[in-house]
Design a protein around this ligand. Structure first.
Ligand code: ADP
Ligand code: MG
Length: 403
């Protein structure tokens, strides 16, 4: 097992804690605080264990000077103050030569929050290019590095990877939980193990499909993903979203032939049309017209998928059944979530839209675990490892710290 925070002595140490505080903010108001709340357990652990806490995070994309205003972590400092009921020392300038002194003045349980690490991208992509000197500078602000930003663990940045070269490093509590839960899908899941995948782009998910299909018992498809498979099988899908890449289409056909017992495709659909935005029709999958667009799965598909889901012992969901953002096309997603609610399976969901749909439709409670990672979740399930976690040494490789 990688070096875990729980196994280190952090008392009186300056712990550089890399979190994922990349929350949606509009006009200074935090729209969804989930990522902040997910970070509290590790922060509280460090407070209780008398560490001095220095938090690092990115927020949004910072490409030009004007991006700074909307991507400052300042509103997060106020949110943390309210949740933790203690002052957060916010540091605007990571390059301030006096900052190192101020980190040394911190007392046990004190918390400092450094400004968005991506502000340094305006000085030659120091963060995103994992600049050596910038990594060293960040490391000089702490005694131990703790990575607790699962959603950023697939990125080789200074604050996720570069810093591990200079400090004893460990994995925080939420990241540990994330890996343990995702491992239950990769390593001997209870069977039948069903993967239900939908969403828009097959290109983003092809590698995961190839990797996970030998491991699962059923792969239930919908959305743009299913459309691309249907196209590969020569169905007319009208103007539905699908890949146009002939190499991918050929690949999908091969996958379909090789795993035809496992893969299930929609039998019917709710369609719209290219010429009339009020047009909505129920169609069998072999009756789609040239101008029609598949936006959701139909009742027969839902029934077929329900039968598989209800008998499954492990379910992984990624991507929505249809265009869930539009009320007219949210039924498939809702119905599938409803059946998952009554199933006794271990249920894990991953992906930004999947988690968002689950929360919007209030099915959060019925899931065993909602992975916070988006891209990192898919990458971990595909490759079985992530670059920033790889850089944290195994506990038996690390020098024992002064316990
Ligand atoms: P996640 O973020 O969970 O990985 P995706 O982004 O792949 O999921 O999928 C969700 C997106 O897919 C939603 O924006 C949804 O509107 C879209 N989508 C689902 N079905 C269709 C469809 N039939 N046609 C077009 N877009 C679709
Ligand atoms: Mg998405």
């Amino acid at each position: 097992m990688k070096q875990l925070l729980r196994n280190l002595n952090v008392t009186e140490k300056r712990v550089l804690l890399r979190l994922d505080l990349n929350v949606p903010i509009k006009n200074g108001i935090i729209l969804d605080a989930t990522k902040i709340i997910n970070s509290i357990e590790t922060i509280n652990y460090l407070i209780t264990h008398n560490a001095k806490i220095i938090i690092l995070s990115h927020l949004g994309k910072v490409k030009e000077e004007s991006d700074k205003e909307n991507n400052t972590l300042y509103p997060i400092a106020s949110a943390l103050e309210k949740i933790l009921n203690k002052p957060i020392y916010f540091e605007k300038d990571v390059l301030d030569p006096k900052l190192i002194e101020r980190t040394k003045e911190l007392k046990q349980g004190d918390i400092m929050l450094l400004e968005n690490t991506r502000f340094m991208d305006l000085k030659g992509n120091l963060e995103s290019n994992c600049d050596f000197e910038f990594s060293r500078l960040l490391a000089s602000l702490g005694d131990i590095f703790c990575l607790d930003a699962f959603a950023s663990s697939h990125r080789k940045h200074a604050s996720t990877v570069g810093i591990t070269k200079f400090l004893p490093s460990c994995i925080g509590l939420s990241l540990e939980k994330e890996i343990t839960n995702l491992n239950s899908l990769i390593i001997s899941p209870k069977r039948p193990f069903t993967v239900i995948m939908g969403g828009s782009k097959v290109e983003d998910k092809l590698l995961l499909i190839e990797k996970i299909i030998p491991k699962c018992d059923y792969l239930l498809l919908s959305g743009g993903l299913a459309n691309s498979f249907l196209k590969a099988l020569n169905f007319n899908i009208g103007e539905s979203l699908c890949t146009r890449n002939p190499v991918i289409i050929k690949k999908l056909k091969e996958i379909m032939l090789k795993f035809k017992e496992k893969i299930m495709l929609p039998l019917d659909a709710i369609v719209g049309s290219t010429y009339d935005e009020n047009y909505t029709k129920y169609k069998k999958i072999n009756e789609i017209g040239d101008n029609e667009i598949i936006f959701d799965v139909g009742v027969k598909t839902i029934e077929k998928y329900k039968k598989v889901l209800i008998n499954s012992k492990t379910i992984f969901m990624n991507g929505t059944m249809g265009v869930y953002e539009n009320k007219k096309y949210s039924n498939g997603t809702k119905e599938i979530l409803e059946v998952m609610k009554v199933s006794n399976a271990m249920k894990i969901a991953g992906g930004g839209d999947s988690v968002s749909a689950i929360k919007n439709f209030k099915y959060e409670e019925s899931f065993t675990y909602l992975s916070t990672g988006g891209g990192a979740t898919l990458k971990y399930l595909t490759d079985g490892h992530l670059i920033a976690i790889d850089n944290i040494m195994e506990s038996d490789e690390i020098e024992v710290l002064d316990v």
